[in-house]
Design a protein around this ligand. Sequence first.
Ligand code: GLN
Length: 380
Amino acid sequence: MQINSKLPNVGTTIFSIMSKMANDHGAINLAQGFPDFPVSPQLIDRVHHYMKQGFNQYAPMPGVPVLRKAIADKTERCYGWRPNEDQEITVTCGAIEAINSTISALIHAGDEVIIMDPAYDAYEPIINLQGAKAIGVPLRKTDYSIDWQAVESKITDRTKMIMINSPHNPSGAIISADDLRNLEMLTSGTDIFILSDEVYEHILFDGDLHQSVLRSEELRNRSIVTSSFGKTFHATGWRMGYLVAPTGIMAEVRKVHQYNTFTIHTATQYAIADYLADASNYESVAPMYQQKRDFFLNKMASSKFKPIPAKGTYFQLMDFSAISDTGDVEFSEWMTKEIGVATIPMSVFYQDKQDNKVLRFCFAKDEETLAAAAEKLCAL
Ligand code: GLN
């Protein structure tokens, strides 16, 4: 049979490739972003509790009401504005389903979606699946901040959406209140949607505050915001995310969500609703990761890798140009196989696959894991 591929240039994601390579070669996996420490036993007990209580059938399509209420409470506490829990919140199968359902619902063939470059690898294929085009705007070379003039220069009458991501995967950069004002000015009076990927909203360092687009009335009227309990509660395998968007936009997105995943694991939704009642369960996440980042940087201090400061996420970029002038993909494969530490080569996140000799390290790991990896890396 001839298969007419809808994504002829897409292979397996780099995260699956590097995790397999790490497993095959017994390497320490600092590549794919997932924690290697346990989920809170209290949260696991709640899931178990609700499963034993019989909460094992379909949840309501947008999510169980108690979880949507808990999300509304958290949003109000964090960003000073409360979404309507019936109409403006939908629980999704991880943030990636949220992004998929949103783009499928709102983007037509021939549309243009502005993304930052580098960007998380899933955005462009999802846009392309709609017959639409991802228009990359280069982030600044020095600190991965957004050049709003460059964004403005890419806006055409085909621009239907601007995607932003803060804290930013892979760079760890964050947006500021000024960035929100720039975004307001650029989109005010237009029909441009904003899809804001905020899955690392609870992982910011050194006292910085997360600048959610939900803080701005102007922006939230045109924005779809996605977040992730997988990231916040170190349970990436549970696939628990959610969306916040205005009623009219959300109605369109739910039309897709209902025929995509339909609903999300029922007992886990009830369990997370209980767990969110104690704000310290999400407010303690940033200091925990800051300690890990600092521990890892400290252990790497004597290495030839040069860290690029990260303000959020659980990723740390490192420049390896003082060690090797091989391409980053080749270098990360060599490091996995010969040194025993897997990472992600940064070039995969660029539209033109530019190689700046930078690797992404995930530090969402126990101190023993980070220390063992750093010892190997310092020998290079
Ligand atoms: N978000 C994770 C990362 O950036 C990967 C998720 C996945 O493997 N699809 O590493």
